[in-house]
Design a protein around this ligand. Structure first.
Ligand SMILES: Cc1ncc(COP(=O)(O)O)c(C=O)c1O
Length: 382
């Protein structure tokens, strides 16, 4: 394809990544252990999470978060987790995998869960709140922690978009006080590794257990056995676990992304701010603002417009490819298609666009996208 602008595109420091991968290949170690241990350690040092466990995706992490919290707290099938519909399906699949019920709740103009709607949705079967920091935002996160404390609920943070999102006043990473926080390092995320994730439990016992569950229920990893001198071959399988572990190659890629994460997020914020300034006088466009109390990872810049599909089609003719994050999950067959009582979610979902935001873009590209959006509306005579 010619000179097109994609909505998301990962940026890799290729030589540094290849050097990290070379170490795995030369050592003859590409599986669990070695770089995965290093990544877990460096992630904990960077974020301040006491426990970080590297898994093959945030989807796997979300599943294990729900599974282990269910087991520990004795939740029953059919118990509810309050969650947004406006998210990637992994968030809510994790709830269904464990026989629990996603209780879809409204977002507000921040596209994050609306605290008033959450309060109203809490009932006797509610066990947890699943908060999604859409695009790196943390709007109402503290209100969610407060509601979880008030009603004795668990707080799970789907931080798939939030690698590096911090509170401005303290510099602390958002989510340290959640019961479980899950990050994604999938291909187009802001800390890309090709495909992997990190699960950070607050509870040390659950951290121990998640290591077992993500490794088929085997009580010793291959790496532990490799580094042992005797009885290398002997282990027990205590649980029916999953093969959800991350591997050394994806960790090697992630380690390089982590090194540049703050720098990359700063560039993302700069581009997002530029979009905000350029579009502020365009009456047809509402830019979704992130919580001013945070320094956002700025995984996404999202706008709301009337005539969303026409705008996207026209931008595509100009070589500008935008995205939609997301189609609300309640519209999918597996989530009871058509039973929506989420007027705000439905309203925003039909108007939502993610503009291109990634490290391949120059300031001129951002100006070109913003002026193309404006040009569409002046062309259509609005
Ligand atoms: C909000 C959200 N949660 C979870 C996930 C799942 O992440 P992964 O692809 O690492 O499984 C994604 C990925 O797109 C996401 O956007």
């Amino acid at each position: 394809m010619g000179n097109v602008i994609q909505v998301l595109k990962p940026y890799f420091r290729v030589d540094e990544v290849l050097e990290e991968i070379r170490q795995c290949l030369e050592k003859g170690w590409t599986g669990i252990g070695f770089k995965t241990v290093d990544f877990e350690k460096q992630w904990s040092e960077y974020t301040g999470f006491a426990h970080s466990h590297f898994v093959n995706s945030a989807t796997a992490g979300l599943h294990l978060a729900v599974k282990l919290l269910k087991k520990k707290h004795g939740w029953l099938n059919g118990d509810e987790i309050i969650t947004p519909s406006l998210t990637f399906v992994s968030t809510n699949h994790a709830i269904l995998y464990e026989g629990l019920t996603p209780r879809f709740c409204e977002v507000d103009k921040t596209l994050c869960l609306d605290p008033q709607a959450v309060r109203a949705a809490i009932g006797e079967n509610t066990r947890a709140i699943m908060y999604v920091g859409l695009g790196g935002n943390a709007a109402h996160y503290r209100a969610m922690r407060g509601l979880a404390d008030e009603f004795g609920l668990m707080l799970i943070l789907d931080a798939a978009h939030m690698a590096g999102t911090r509170w401005l006043n303290s510099g602390e990473h958002v989510g340290l006080d959640a019961d479980c926080t899950i990050f994604s390092f999938q291909a187009v995320k802001n800390c890309p590794s090709s495909d992997s994730g990190m699960i950070c439990f607050r509870d040390e016992d659950l951290d121990r257990e998640v290591r077992l569950q993500s490794w088929l229920g085997i009580d010793k990893s291959t790496y532990d056995r490799y580094t042992e001198t005797t009885y290398k071959w002997r282990y027990d399988v205590t649980d029916l676990g999953y093969k959800y572990n991350g591997n050394a190659i994806t960790a090697a890629i992630g380690l390089v992304s982590l090194k540049y994460l703050d720098e990359d997020n700063a560039r993302r914020r700069q581009m997002a701010q530029k979009y905000e300034e350029l579009l502020k006088n365009c009456a047809d466009v509402t830019v979704i603002r992130h919580d001013p109390k945070i320094s956002s990872s700025r995984h996404l810049i999202q706008i709301l417009v009337e005539g969303r599909d026409q705008l996207m089609d026209w931008l595509a003719t100009q070589g500008i490819y935008c995205g939609v994050h997301y189609i609300p999950n309640h519209r999918y067959g597996v989530y009871n298609k058509g039973t929506s009582e989420l007027p705000v979610t439905d309203h925003v979902a039909d108007r939502l666009i993610s503009l291109p935001l990634h490290l391949w873009l120059s300031d001129d590209d951002v100006e070109h996208v913003a002026s193309s959006v404006e040009a569409f509306f002046s062309r259509s005579g609005k």
